[in-house]
Design a protein around this ligand. Sequence first.
Ligand code: SAM
Length: 228
Amino acid sequence: MPARTVRFDVLTLFPEMFSGYVSQSLLKLAIQAGLVQVHLWNFRDWTHDKHNRVDDRPFGGGPGMVLMPQPVVDCVEAVRAKDETPGTVVMLTPAGRRLTQAVVAELAERPRLILLCGRYEGFDDRIRQVLDPLEISVGDYVCNGGEVPAMTVIDTVIRLVPGVLGDQESAADDSHSEPGRLEYPQFTRPREYRGLSVPEVLLGGNHQTIARWRQEQSDRRSGHGSNG
Ligand code: SAM
């Protein structure tokens, strides 16, 4: 049994968008290792409407459609009850708290995240009032839906789940692991490419000198260095 499993429940109108994402690379391996679970649910399966409508026009007029409270709230309540692990409801919204590495670290402490992906003009505000979710924004721009933001949450959180990265050091060294800190530049083979050489210091095998050079480069990139 893995030490810790993080469960994601993704509530969306477009679950198929996740099929490629969950079946590739690090996330696929994390799921296979039992470190991460991703469950997909469609709000439409909770509608009471005979046409399976989940959205309607905004009161007060204006363009577009708004997600109705009933299918969304019923879906969250039913999904929450599918597992006894307490779930944190996360609403993806441009109005939310900005997703920084510090917020990612907070989310990664939680055993279960229930991610709500909006579409169209977004959620009826009573969904927020009833569910009292954590509201998270991936940045100051507007995506067409919450699916890509939800993938961003999953992608960033799983890097901090013990055992997901082969080498735990690589998350500690990552950019933003300390606020404002950017990683040093990386190089691999060949030693020379289009007239550009790998810095000599990285080829010498002196770990102390390499560590000092990397620290200087990281300082410079982060704007902390003397040449920054
Ligand atoms: N009319 C909304 C507004 O101006 O805030 C935008 C709705 S957007 C087209 C549809 C959905 O995409 C939102 O309900 C939300 O779930 C998601 N979304 C869009 N941009 C996002 C962002 N920056 N962060 C998180 N979710 C976002």
